[in-house]
Design a binder for this molecule. Sequence first.
Ligand code: ADP
Ligand code: MG
Length: 318
Amino acid sequence: ATPAATMVGTSIGARNGVLFKGGDVLERAKDVDTVVFDKTGTLTKGEMELTDVIAIDRTNPDLVSDGGATLEDHPKPDEETVLRIAASAERGSEHPLAQAIVAKANAQGIESTEPTEFENVPGHGVRATVDGTNTLVGNRKLMREHGIDPSPTEDTLTRLEADGKTAMLVARVPAGTTSGELIGIVAVADTVKENAKHAVSVLKEREIEVHMITGDNERTAHAVAARIGIDPDNVQAGVLPEDKADAVDAVQSNDNRAMMVGDGVNDAPALAAATVGTAIGSGTDVAIEAADVTLMRDDPLDVVKAIRISEGSLQKIK
Ligand code: ADP
Ligand code: MG
């Protein structure tokens, strides 16, 4: 593009809350044929709410207590214990999932305790010493890595995940034993952003392929993708933070030129790996730093706007 065209694109962008880091970014954005979205905080609001607390009958792990009910319906001490232990373990974590668990416990007046030891396990969950007992909160992978078989809870997890919720297992490994026991399940719901579906359909109309990458599990990822109109073949789930950049490379392996859109610290390497990295809205400083384009608003439709500006086809807006 001529310097003049670059200036026009950059200034139209700025007026529309789409910040390009220089003219070569506009050039690359013009050639994008694929958009890869992060799920949490990018396509969803990232405002997570704890919706389910389920106590596991430890005498018979195949029997999970009535999981159809919400926390409000079940003030039973057993569920309260599960929530108290989970909230205690998660107190030291800044993950949105952790914050949803802690916030619900606080709202219910449940007093969590400070863990004496805490370890964040990225892409898996947390491990902490709560009330002197080794405690785990996280996904199937975390449980398996500690020798706990999550399969008795599979039906319940599946039901929650089919609803688009993120289900987490709560387990304890009593002192002097090596085998842990599952004590409960907590599930967190997130809401899809208003324009997510519209953005995907406009991109597809423009013959741009739409993908999603997430650390969340397969089933939750597919439930959300279906709601938004992303093809199941284009969903990569259970991607560990350190593997997100490779996941972008995989999408680009057929000479595709991808724009990666993300918001989190986790997403910075993936943003850097893409032809164009785009940080969205409330994105973290790390994401914004790694990005070529920053969308000031939290609106997925601005992804379309960024591409149109780069094509020079959005001259007249505002
Ligand atoms: P995302 O792609 O949504 O940013 P992450 O890589 O942060 O995902 O996390 C992937 C998965 O790891 C989550 O869906 C959850 O199952 C588990 N997980 C991560 N952090 C925590 C936590 N603090 N507590 C419980 N589970 C967690
Ligand atoms: Mg994220």
